[in-house]
Design a protein around this ligand. Structure first.
Ligand SMILES: [Zn+2]
Ligand SMILES: [Zn+2]
Length: 172
C-alpha cells in the first residue's frame, strides 16, 4: 500500500490533499503519495516514520479510527521531513513545525498516542501476572512463566511484606 492508496481507502483525500498543497510543492506531493505504508508488529510502537527508509509504518493491530490517527501522526512527520529536513533545515520530531502540520491535518498535536490507541495495541496482552502484594497487573502478549520464579517480583513491592510475588492469570 502507498500513501495515496491509504488516503483513498480511508476517505481522506479531500481532507489531506489541501494540507499537502499548503505545505509542499507539486514534486514533493507526488513523491509523498508514492511512499509505502508498511506494518509494524508487537506492542512497543503504534507506528513510526522512517526518513532513512522513506517509509511509514502503522501497527498491524490497529484498525478504523485508531489506525487513521496513527497514520496521520506519522504522515505529519513525513510532511515535516519533506518540508524542512530535505531542504537542510533541522527541526525537532515533535516540535513547533510538526505541531503546526498536525493542526493543518485537523488533529490535536499530541506527542503520545492516545489511550484508545494504546488500548487497541494491547488487546493481545492476554497473559496477566498479578502482584500478590498490591494486585498490580503486568500484562504480556505471551505466557512468560519466568515471571513466576521466586527471583522475579513486582518491582514496586519487592521490599514490602509479601514481597510482590506474581501469580499467573489467563485473560482471553
Ligand atoms: Zn511522532
Ligand atoms: Zn505490587
Amino acid at each position: 500500500m502507498r500513501i495515496k492508496d491509504a488516503l483513498n481507502e480511508h476517505q481522506l483525500v479531500e481532507r489531506i490533499m489541501p494540507v499537502l498543497q499548503k505545505n509542499l510543492n507539486e514534486n514533493m506531493i507526488n513523491r509523498v503519495l508514492y511512499i509505502p505504508v508498511g506494518e509494524c508488529r508487537g506492542v512497543s510502537r503504534a507506528g513510526y516514520w522512517s526518513p532513512s527508509q522513506m517509509r511509514l509504518f502503522v501497527n498491524t493491530s490497529l484498525h478504523g479510527e485508531p489506525w487513521k490517527n496513527v497514520f496521520l501522526h506519522e504522515l505529519a512527520h513525513c510532511i515535516a521531513t519533506h518540508k524542512y529536513a530535505l531542504c537542510g533545515m533541522r527541526v525537532k520530531a515533535h516540535g513547533y513545525e510538526w505541531r503546526v502540520i498536525m493542526m493543518h491535518l485537523g488533529l490535536r498535536p499530541e506527542r503520545c498516542t492516545n489511550a484508545e490507541e494504546s488500548a487497541q495495541l494491547h488487546v493481545n496482552d492476554k497473559h496477566h501476572y498479578t502482584c500478590q502484594t498490591c494486585n498490580y497487573v503486568i500484562k504480556k502478549p505471551r505466557r512468560n512463566d519466568r515471571l513466576l520464579s521466586d527471583l522475579v517480583r513486582h518491582k514496586g513491592c519487592r521490599y514490602k511484606v509479601g514481597g510482590g510475588k506474581l501469580t499467573y492469570y489467563y485473560a482471553p
